[in-house]
Design a protein around this ligand. Structure first.
Ligand code: 6R9
Length: 662
């Protein structure tokens, strides 16, 4: 049994939801939760239809709930029409929400700007008109390569308003990654900023867009729209590039939202998979929006007086569902933060919670772990120095949270009174899947507990058979759900193969994670990815992507294999085994080449993909048929003794060489 599985079976700390939370919660108590699960079991389509009628504003009501005729290409609410932006903004006009603060934006330097729902609607509408004036129309793909700003959300909402499909690329991705996404999506425009501010530094964004477009193949791009985040000028190409000020000039602040079909692609978001090529995860409008809104209500129990803060960047799915859409659909006040948690000091998050009286705080385990470390070395940045009593619910997402970090978060941030919702979900799932409910579920550190009502999660073996509680297996979802991935953009075959493998009957959604349920409560605990995807600081990275980047340095690298190893701070760390086209380097030379390769990977993919460890060998451990034995490399990376069977290995002597750190 693995350590992870063993520890979930012995974890016996249970935290019942605080009475106050149970009293006020929308889903109050386990009986209420169970009743909703039963409703979904008994009348699956009726359950979803009811929720979709109650929680989405349809310009044309749907009459069909679920179409499974072309499974796994499921369709939800397929004859309904709506607009996502109207569901986030227009619907609040004429209600008490219209003059409420929608976004509190805190810049890197601490400057605060606020917009009300009414003002946000005007800004989104004006920008939507500007997009139309550039010839951008319904169905076009638009790349958003923006820093965390109100303008980033405005850009996404404006695309949604005119029916254009956005594809946000995280500002930390390289020119090469950006170029690949532009080409794959066939995008007509890029919305970007001159610079982004992070940790007091001005970092170029427009220059990276220029570089990406200069790489070629991006002829579909007709417009680059530039938000001048700082006064510093940037290169502007006449005819192609325009500032926000230029395009907004003279545009009306009213724009009728374009009704789209429920299945219309709201966005494409690229994520890493098992091959070298990122997958363009395509999401719908109707089902996605329903779940973004509902999970805000169920998981975060969002109320009119709440101040919600999700720290994720809009470049990730968490920033889509719980920054750009969910909080607005739910009519909440949300905080958006431009900077980094450690600038100007590692107490910045706690300071901001106090300053903005945040009530629901949602962040990643990796951030918590790094802030624990900072607080342990410097008392001055410990959360106890700030008044955090406004908090009522805490959340985590992105990777498994270790029980120690959970307990620290519970004690030092939540003051032992805030339920922690450990939300398991994925880019592909659109929103939360397995998570405690703050007013119902007793929590257990390190467990994401139980699936939300209507989410038929299970654990199965390789053939798709159910595993008993206590035995680990693969996490699957047995029935479709409204916010699920619709396809991989331009590659429906890959969609089928990746998520609905024939070997398992073709009907189960395969999450790609291992999981185990405890015997007592049936609580889920995620044990990590079972494919070639790493999770570094909550960011998904494909080992094959990094390998491809390394071997593309053709003057130096002959062969490379990338694996993950456990890391206290980042969850997993990237470990690369490299064979050079020259004799195996040692000492200073090895260090120098390793640095060069790290910089190369940073340029090819982005700084987040830089390998932490690089080891050089004369060769890699291979089977006689030439397959790299990655499981051996994983043991070496971890520093474990090799206990596996090495009899099929062509070159056993190589193991010793690779075990030496350069
Ligand atoms: C939302 C998001 C998805 C992968 C997923 C899993 C890991 C996310 C988790 C978790 C344990 C949690 N993951 N939440 N593991 N507990 N609460 O992170 O999407 O970037 O696509 O990553 O992250 O491995 O498969 P994405």
């Amino acid at each position: 049994m693995s350590n992870a599985i063993e520890s979930v079976l012995v974890e016996n700390r249970v935290f019942p939801p605080p009475e106050a939370a149970v009293k006020s919660a929308r889903i109050s108590g386990m009986a209420a939760y169970q009743a909703m699960c039963n409703e979904a079991e008994k009348d699956f389509e009726g359950f979803w239809a009811r929720l979709a009628r109650d929680n989405v504003v349809w310009t044309k009501p749907f009459t069909k709930t679920l179409n499974e005729s072309n499974a796994p290409f499921y369709k939800w609410f397929e004859d309904g029409e709506l607009n996502a932006s109207a569901n986030c903004l227009d619907k609040h006009i004429g209600t008490p929400v219209e003059n409420k603060t929608a976004i509190v934006f805190e810049a890197d330097d601490g400057a605060v700007t606020q917009v009300t729902y009414k003002e946000l609607l005007a800004r989104v509408s004006q920008f939507a008109n500007a997009l139309k004036a550039q010839g951008i129309k319904k169905g076009d793909r638009v790349i958003v390569y923006m820093p965390m700003t109100i303008e980033g959300v405005v850009a996404m909402q404006a695309c949604a308003r005119i029916g254009a499909t956005h594809s946000v690329v995280f500002g930390g991705f390289s020119a090469k990654s950006l170029q690949e996404r532009i080409i794959d999506a066939g995008a007509v425009a890029v919305i970007t900023a001159n610079f982004q501010m992070r940790g007091g530094k001005e970092l170029g964004l427009k220059s990276i867009v220029d570089e990406a477009l200069a790489m070629g193949g991006c002829d579909t791009i007709k417009n680059v729209l530039v938000y001048m985040r700082t006064p510093t000028t940037c290169n502007m190409v006449a005819g192609r590039d325009k500032t926000f000020t230029e395009v907004l000039q003279g545009q009306s602040t009213e724009c009728k939202p374009e009704p789209v079909n429920a299945e219309h692609p709201l966005f494409i978001l690229y994520t890493s998979g098992s091959t070298g090529k990122p997958k363009g995860v395509q999401h719908s409008t109707g089902g996605y929006l329903l779940w973004a809104n509902l999970t805000m209500q169920w998981t975060f129990d969002i109320k009119p007086q709440d101040v919600f803060w999700c720290t994720a960047d809009i470049g990730w799915i968490t920033g889509h569902t719980y920054v750009a859409y969910g909080p607005l659909a739910a009519g909440a006040t949300e905080v958006i933060f431009e900077g980094v948690p450690t600038y100007p000091h590692a107490g910045r998050f706690w300071q901001m919670i106090e300053k903005h009286k945040v009530t629901v705080f949602y962040t990643a385990p990796t951030a918590i772990r790094s802030l624990i470390k900072a607080a342990e070395t410097d008392e001055k940045v410990h959360p106890k120095n700030w008044n955090l009593t406004s908090l009522r619910i805490l959340g985590t997402v992105g990777e498994p949270i270790n029980p120690e970090a959970w307990m620290w978060y519970h004690r030092n941030v939540g003051g032992e009174k805030c339920p922690i919702v450990d939300t398991f979900w994925q880019t592909e799932t659109g929103g939360h899947m397995i998570t405690p409910l703050p007013g119902a579920t007793p929590t257990v550190p390190g467990s994401c507990t139980l699936p939300l009502p209507g989410i038929m999660a299970a654990i199965v073996d390789e053939q798709g058979h159910d595993m008993p509680n206590g035995s680990g297996g693969m996490l699957v979802v047995k029935r479709p759900w409204p916010s699920m991935i619709r396809t991989i953009w331009g590659d429906p075959e890959r969609f089928k193969k990746s998520y609905f493998p024939e070997e398992m009957g073709g009907k189960l959604y395969l999450a790609g994670d291992g999981a185990v349920r405890d015997a007592q409560r049936g609580y889920f605990r995620i044990t990590g990815r079972i494919d070639d995807v790493l999770n570094v600081s909550g960011h998904r990275l494909g080992t094959m992507e990094i390998e491809s980047a390394l071997v593309s340095k053709t003057d130096l690298v002959a062969e490379a294999a990338v694996v993950g190893r456990p890391d206290d701070l980042t969850g997993e760390a990237v470990c690369a085994f490299v064979v050079l086209k020259r004799p195996r380097p040692t000492g200073d030379e090895a260090k120098k080449i390793a640095d060069e390769l790290r910089a190369w990977v940073g340029k090819e993919i982005g700084p987040i993909a830089k390998p932490k460890d690089i080891r050089f060998g004369d060769n890699l451990p291979k089977t006689r048929s030439g397959k790299i034995m990655r499981r051996l490399l994983r043991s070496i990376a971890k520093g474990d003794a090799i206990t596996q069977d090495t009899s099929t290995l062509e070159n056993p002597a190589i193991l010793e060489q690779l075990a030496q750190k350069s």
